[in-house]
Every structure is written in structure tokens, then in C-alpha cells.
Write a protein that binds this ligand. Structure first.
Ligand code: FES
Length: 155
């Protein structure tokens, strides 16, 4: 087997797929690699500016989410979806509702876990940690504050 990307050598450690990103590179070739690099740079820059421009939104009322339940909310004026949970009375958490396995949107709750309908992964409603595979990585979490009866989420 030769390096299918760039060099055509039989053993190419430089281009050998070692990570999911590298595996992707090996399949799609140089142009895709360049596009991926640009995308990565773009996301890095976007992430940096997003962090600098973190903003707090009133997501819902405390009464909208019963203890042990969750609600999917689109933050006002944005297209950002968050799953807000109340695992214990008065404790509110917010997570990205996008499964860390292959990106399906979480759409259910089972006990103390958010559930992905695609392959059945589950995530803690308290920490966002993956509690059943195939997902291995925790959901992205957001800062939540409660002001009176308003649940506010900072993204
Ligand atoms: S996309 Fe969620 S478990 Fe696979």
C-alpha cells in the first residue's frame, strides 16, 4: 500500500492516518486537506472571537423545566440550540444538544440522561458526560445563571 495522498511512498508516516482528522485527509486528498485546514483555522478564529464575545441570553423560565426534565431552546435572536436540564431542584444546566458521536440532535430524556436517537448514546443531564456509547465525549456545556424566574445561558 502506498501513501494515497501526496508522496506515493510505501511507508509514509507523515501521511499515515493516525487520528480521525488524518484518516479524513487520507481519503480526500490534498484539496480537501487544504479546505479542512482553512475550515479549522476559521473555526479556531471563530471560537476565539466567540469566546471574546460571549453573550448571555434569557433562555426560558425556571417553571418551563420540571425537575428531572429537559427542554430544547433556541436562544432568542440566534440559531443556537441548547438543551437545558434541571437535574435537581433549582439546579439548571445547559448543553449543546448535538451528539458527540456523529452529530445527531438529542431528542429525548431517559432517567437522568439525554438520549441520542441515532445510535442510542446517552449523556448525563448533570454533567453532559457520555454515559453510554457509542459517544465517548461529553456534550459541550454552557454557563447557566438563574435571575429571579429567568434561566440565562451564556454562549
Ligand atoms: S449520532 Fe448520537 S449516538 Fe451516534
Amino acid at each position: 500500500m502506498t501513501c494515497e495522498n501526496l508522496c506515493g511512498t510505501a511507508v509514509c508516516e507523515e501521511h499515515a492516518p493516525k487520528t480521525p482528522e488524518n484518516a479524513l485527509l487520507s481519503r480526500r486528498g490534498l484539496l480537501s486537506a487544504f479546505a479542512g485546514a482553512v475550515a479549522t483555522i476559521g473555526f479556531t478564529a471563530l471560537g476565539g472571537s466567540a469566546m471574546a464575545a460571549a453573550k448571555t441570553y434569557t433562555a426560558c423560565k425556571t417553571t418551563d423545566i420540571k425537575v428531572g426534565s429537559a427542554k430544547l431552546v433556541i436562544l432568542p435572536g440566534t440559531n443556537v440550540k441548547v438543551a437545558i436540564t434541571q437535574p435537581k431542584n433549582g439546579v439548571f444546566k445547559a448543553f449543546s444538544p448535538i451528539c458527540t458521536h456523529q452529530g445527531a440532535q438529542l431528542n429525548g430524556i431517559s432517567g437522568s440522561n439525554l438520549v441520542c436517537p441515532q445510535h442510542g448514546a446517552t449523556f448525563s443531564t448533570t454533567t453532559g458526560a457520555a454515559t453510554r456509547g457509542p459517544a465517548q465525549t461529553a456534550l459541550k456545556s454552557y454557563k447557566v445563571t438563574v435571575s429571579g424566574t429567568s434561566v440565562k445561558v451564556t454562549v
